[in-house]
Design a protein around this ligand. Structure first.
Ligand SMILES: NC(=O)c1ccc[n+]([C@@H]2O[C@H](COP(=O)([O-])OP(=O)(O)OC[C@H]3O[C@@H](n4cnc5c(N)ncnc54)[C@H](OP(=O)(O)O)[C@@H]3O)[C@@H](O)[C@H]2O)c1
Length: 315
């Protein structure tokens, strides 16, 4: 029987959910809580690592792994979808998998919430006294949503938007079909920005996508575009964005992610009248501990059965 001893950087209430779920099918399994950050001095008996993002909030891990890495680990599972928050050396050892898709519905819903808030003037229309006036609210039906990146998030968002009568135009890296009936393909990123009323960034941050939304691309935007970033702040050249907001090329930016995070006090994006900023919260839900457990435990069953792991980030 395959040993299941997990060293986990998750909070204990998250670990408890995993323990409870393991109890039925893997009563011998153990979940040992370990500190967050660069994994070091891990219990040697742990063959599975459950890791949280490392290079966050201004911290940057050393370029080389700690002595003894990867300890007894045969498989490393990341609680995030993106892999940009981890040092390179993490991917040159045992198989590394991500939680890709585990929060895709939450992220898609958040993007739609930003679109609803903008179109329906929320929360500004709530009244607090008898001075009622009527604001014409913009319909969503018949508008065009652009989606940059068509993976787990893009696909969930497209389904929901199409159900609302929104036209969906998308761009992905590969020539793979979108697999969602009704999604139109943009010719390129300029075409995507020119056609969209609302545009959601749902691509990973890589060398190729850093500042993919630059001055040139923003110059192609349909005037008054609503840009929504729920992916990574580094996708956007923020200086160019502020310029585009100032000159009205971009009418509104709903940003759940920025670079750096958090932005320093006094940063212009905090106070710009055309910016709505949230603190990288779009994926976090009241069900996160179950969503993270679902993704991990589904892969654990593959691991125990000797099958190929899903959502591999290396190998
Ligand atoms: N705010 C949060 O807390 C949060 C939570 C989850 C994820 N995220 C971010 O969102 C990103 C996307 O998540 P996901 O789960 O949807 O990832 P995913 O399933 O891996 O999909 C990524 C998509 O981006 C596309 N892509 C890659 N490079 C591109 C490029 N240069 N131009 C256009 N499209 C490109 C890929 O195209 P192909 O399919 O054609 O290769 C793929 O469709 C993650 O990498 C992460 O950074 C943020």
């Amino acid at each position: 029987m395959t040993q299941v001893i997990i060293a986990s950087q998750l909070d204990e209430d998250y670990n408890d959910v995993i323990r409870q779920r393991l109890a039925a099918h893997h009563p011998q399994a153990q979940v040992i809580g370990v500190p967050v950050g660069v994994p070091s001095d891990l219990p040697p008996q742990a063959n599975i690592l459950l890791l949280r993002p490392i290079n966050v909030r201004g911290y940057s891990a050393p370029d080389t792994p700690p002595p003894g890495w990867p300890y007894g680990a045969e498989w490393v599972h990341l609680v995030s979808s993106g892999i940009d928050f981890y040092p390179q050396w993490l991917f040159s050892g045992p198989p590394v998998t991500t939680s890709r898709g585990s929060a895709a519905d939450n992220l898609a819903e958040f993007a739609l919430a930003a679109i609803f808030a903008a179109s329906k003037h929320l929360p500004d229309i709530w009244v607090k006294n008898a001075q009622w006036s009527f604001t014409p609210l913009r319909p969503l039906k018949g508008t065009t949503l652009g989606i940059l990146g068509f993976g787990a998030i893009g696909e969930r968002l497209a389904h929901k938007a199409l159900a609302l009568g929104i036209n969906v135009v998308a761009l992905r890296q590969s020539a793979a079909p979108f697999g969602v009936e009704g999604v139109q393909a943009a010719k390129d990123i300029h075409d995507l920005f020119a056609r969209a009323d609302h545009l959601v960034l749902a691509a990973p941050l890589t060398e190729a996508t850093r500042h993919i939304v630059d001055r040139d691309v923003l110059g192609s935007a349909k005037p008054g575009l609503h840009l929504i970033n729920i992916a990574r702040g580094g996708l956007v050249d923020q200086e160019a964005l502020v310029e585009a907001l100032d000159n009205g090329q971009v009418g509104l930016a709903s940003l759940d992610v920025t670079e750096p995070e958090p932005l320093p006090d006094g940063h212009p994006l905090y106070t710009h009248p055309r910016v709505r900023l949230s603190p990288h919260t779009s994926a976090i839900s009241t069900h996160s501990r179950h969503e993270i457990a679902d993704a991990f435990l589904a892969n654990l069953e593959r691991y125990v059965a000797g099958l190929e792991l899903a959502n591999l980030a290396n190998g």
